[in-house]
Design a protein around this ligand. Structure first.
Ligand code: ZN
Length: 301
């Protein structure tokens, strides 16, 4: 018999990754239009496809080659005459990056250097972890080889797709150390990964960023003045999602630091803050802040 505490801890582990993954690891071919040049396959995770007059950029791959091939097929259908296909990834986790082998030869793979370093350090470990979660994952991820990117960048790489530019940005660590943002101009569409989400609890996985660095990243994102936001594990929305994410994270952080100051344990603070958030946001699917509160407690002060 598991205690309530153990069950809560288990629930905390089943973050956006775990929960979503059980429901839909296989991506479909249906697309949703986000802005003039940006389409999305809504799934686990949401995939962005940015279409210019000459080239197409895909952001994230889906889990394993089978999903990657689906995404590449959808991209080709959206722009059959485009001669170049670029691929980038929001972060190195398997549902975002491990579908690369399903993309056609000649696809130009780009990611930020920090993300690539994380991939080299922890990529296989994450694939093994996801593979152990279900037979479906194991089959999807079997035999996938993580190839080296064709291009890496430190802070920004601009990709001219013809009439539309995708600015690939690394602003610092948040959900992971290498979180990459894609800002599409002139649409003002931000493909935000886990960094800006919709009614979703923030989560720092493994040795990612810290709550403080996540806030610093959000400050930089504010400067982009996004009109549309497409996150990876929640519904798309408008630019107000950026401020809402900032408010959520700084709210949890301020409250957690106050409770820490009072000598409250991280575990108890997590429970208190989770139930306060449930009261504030009764419509959110999940307000379990335990993991993020632990990240605040662990921050160097
Ligand atoms: Zn992730």
């Amino acid at each position: 018999m598991k205690s309530l505490t153990q069950l809560l801890a288990l629930a905390a582990l089943l973050t956006a990754h775990g929960l979503a993954q059980m429901s839909h690891s296989i991506l479909g071919e249906e697309t949703t239009k986000i802005s003039e040049h940006v389409w999305a396959i809504m799934g686990f995770p949401n995939i962005a496809i940015v279409v210019g007059s000459r080239a197409t950029l895909v952001v994230d791959t889906g889990m394993g080659a089978k999903n990657g091939a689906t995404v590449a097929r959808v991209a080709a259908k959206l722009a059959p005459n485009n001669s170049r296909l670029y691929l980038t990834t929001t972060h190195f986790h398997p549902e975002h990056a491990a579908g690369e082998p399903g993309f056609p030869a000649g696809t130009i793979l780009i990611r930020d250097e920090v993300q690539q370093q994380e991939m080299e350090k922890h990529g296989q470990e994450m694939i093994d972890m996801f593979s152990a979660r279900s037979a479906e994952n194991k089959a999807l991820l079997a035999g996938g080889v993580l190839r080296a990117p064709d291009v890496t960048f430190t802070q920004e790489a601009d990709v001219d797709l013809g009439g539309v530019t995708a600015r690939l940005l690394w602003y610092g660590g948040a959900h992971t150390k290498g979180d990459e943002l894609t800002f599409v101009e002139p649409d003002r569409t931000l493909v935000s990964g886990d960094v800006v989400q919709n009614k979703t609890m923030p989560n720092i996985f493994g040795d990612g960023g810290t709550p403080a660095t996540w806030l610093a990243v959000l400050d930089k994102i504010e400067g982009l003045n996004a009109a549309h936001v497409l996150p990876d594990h929640s519904a798309p929305g408008d630019g107000s999602m950026v401020a809402a994410e900032r408010e959520l994270i700084s709210g949890i952080r301020t409250r957690a630091l106050a409770l820490k100051q009072q000598g409250v344990s991280a575990e108890d603070a997590g429970k208190t803050i989770s139930s306060e958030l449930k009261t504030q946001h009764p419509d959110w699917p999940n307000t379990n802040a335990s993991g993020f509160v632990k990240s605040v407690y662990a921050e160097p002060q």
